[in-house]
Design a protein around this ligand. Structure first.
Ligand code: ADP
Length: 191
């Protein structure tokens, strides 16, 4: 299996690039934000629980996220591997992911981080807010809070994998194809 974490702040382009990567390498996409939005749309209990955190740009509690990912890992047990997008977002989530993979005799091959300056992120998120219908994309304070939560709670996950020599950063500004090619170079190195 090839298990890759696509990392980066909100608005870095993880979703766009993940779609291209899963098609090229035939991997299974686990995007926790998308999964929560699906639950929300279907009105499940999990969706209702997640909504109050998401709408404010705060993190959904670790145990809730980890349980949902565990289920997706089981569903994708026969897959070529996974692209994790928007997960892990805290160090405890990273540790839980490693444990879940270890139980299957698997591990994380590497983390690829998209580097995008803060001003560009805010611009992209506001632009996306015009069509995404996402409450968290349309309010300046919520966008600011998501970036703050990223810096405080999520950035330590990059150090966590860097210490294991499993971290690489690439430029997240440029054309979608340029960035995709740079990601593919890294994925090929990890295969
Ligand atoms: P973005 O990367 O644009 O902020 P996502 O779609 O990844 O958007 O996530 C949207 C929201 O879903 C987050 O702000 C958070 O509330 C919740 N969420 C998604 N993934 C996680 C996670 N791994 N841990 C905690 N909360 C999460």
């Amino acid at each position: 299996m090839l298990n890759i974490i696509l990392f980066g702040p909100p608005g870095a382009g993880k979703g766009t690039q993940s779609e291209k990567i899963i098609n090229k390498y035939n991997l299974t996409h686990i995007a926790t934000g998308d999964l929560f939005r699906k639950h929300l749309g279907e009105g499940t209990e999990l969706g209702k629980l997640a909504q109050k955190y998401m709408d404010e740009g705060n993190l959904v509690p670790d145990q809730v996220v980890i349980g949902m990912v565990d289920e997706k890992l089981k569903e994708g047990a026969n897959s070529n591997g996974f692209i994790f997008d928007g997960f892990p977002r805290t160090v405890p989530q990273a540790q839980a992911l490693e444990t879940l993979l270890e139980e299957k005799g698997e591990s994380i091959n590497g983390m690829i981080a998209l580097d995008v300056p803060e001003e560009e992120l805010k611009k992209r998120i506001k632009e996306r807010g015009k069509t995404s219908g996402r409450a968290d994309d349309q309010d300046e304070n919520k966008i600011e809070n998501r970036i703050k939560v990223y810096l405080d709670e999520t950035l330590p996950v990059a150090n966590y994998f860097d210490q294991k020599d499993k971290f690489v950063k690439i430029n997240g500004v440029g054309s979608i194809d340029e960035i995709f090619n740079n990601i593919c170079d890294q994925v090929d190195r990890l295969k």
